[in-house]
Design a protein around this ligand. Structure first.
Ligand SMILES: *[C@@H]1O[C@H](CO)[C@@H](O)[C@H](O)[C@H]1NC(C)=O
Length: 271
């Protein structure tokens, strides 16, 4: 019994040490080569930026211009104006510049849990922002939309439509946030622990492959893992969305994997 207690007591500082610093995969969007490019996070509602994308936004901020475009004010309950203000407060906390915050309020793109948004409308709006802001990379949800919300699920369809039809050459790169199954979604601090373990083993595997002269056998996806400080920042950003802090969202931010880990899929499209 004593031995087990001693092991647990010894493990706690080790766990804290592992959790402490943020990490990213070696290929995470090739950070060092990015300089000051314009990256666009395309979201559906105010609070998506901190509930789903915070580990990546915080990691990218020192390297690129981070823009956030919310395609609605989140007006499902008539709180659109309040939520727009809360979004600005959240972006203050995350560190996204005032000039890089964009909110659209379009009649066909209203916050509605039963409605899909038209890909062509999203694509038209994206076109304006991409040219105006010289966007080189777009990051948004994948087709499962993490939570399955139809507004989220419409976004990658809109980006796909935009990239397939735009005259902009080369078109922006398109990354989709990988939706994980519900069973692994609410694992709290095990998410960053496992993700970091995964990243270290991949790195090890790569060195073994390089040693044997067979690099490239394991193709990895870009991954960003928050450290403790980054997690607390995301949490503070979420608390700026005062109108949204009902009990289930408070639980969400405590246990959700997306407050700690973002894995991305580079979407390759034919033009
Ligand atoms: C959401 O859209 C449906 C139609 O799909 C409509 O009946 C409903 O009133 C809308 N809800 C809100 C809050 O606008």
């Amino acid at each position: 019994m004593l031995a087990i207690n001693a092991i647990i007591v010894a493990l706690i500082p080790l766990l804290c040490a592992v959790l402490y610093l943020p990490t990213a995969s070696e290929n995470a969007l090739n950070l060092p080569s990015l300089k000051n490019e314009n990256f666009l996070f395309l979201t559906a509602h105010p609070d998506d930026e901190c509930m789903f994308f915070a580990p990546t936004i915080i990691s990218l901020l020192p390297h690129v211009q981070v823009h956030v475009l919310s395609l609605s004010t989140g007006n499902a309950d008539g709180l659109g104006d309040i939520r727009r203000t809360e979004l600005m407060a959240s972006l203050d906390v995350l560190g996204v510049k005032e000039g890089n915050r964009h909110v659209v309020d379009h009649p066909a793109l209203q916050d509605n849990i039963t409605m899909s948004w038209g890909a062509n409308i999203i694509s038209d709006i994206l076109g304006l922002y991409v040219s105006d802001l010289d966007i080189t990379t777009i990051l948004t949800f994948d087709r499962a939309g993490v939570s399955g919300h139809p507004n989220h699920r419409s976004l990658p369809e809109g980006v796909k439509h935009f990239i397939e039809t735009t005259a902009v050459q080369p078109p922006p790169k398109f990354f989709a946030l990988i939706s994980v199954p519900t069973s692994t979604k609410y694992v709290g601090i095990f998410a960053p622990l496992l993700a970091k373990f995964d990243l270290s083993s991949t790195k090890l595997l790569h060195s073994v492959e390089a040693f044997w002269g067979a690099p490239g056998l394991t193709d990895t996806m870009p991954v960003f893992v928050a450290g403790v400080k980054e997690y607390l920042t995301a949490h503070r950003a979420m608390r700026a969305h005062k109108s949204q802090l009902v009990w289930f969202r408070r639980l969400y931010v405590l246990f959700s994997r997306y407050m700690w880990v973002n894995e991305w899929h580079l979407v390759r499209l034919q033009q």
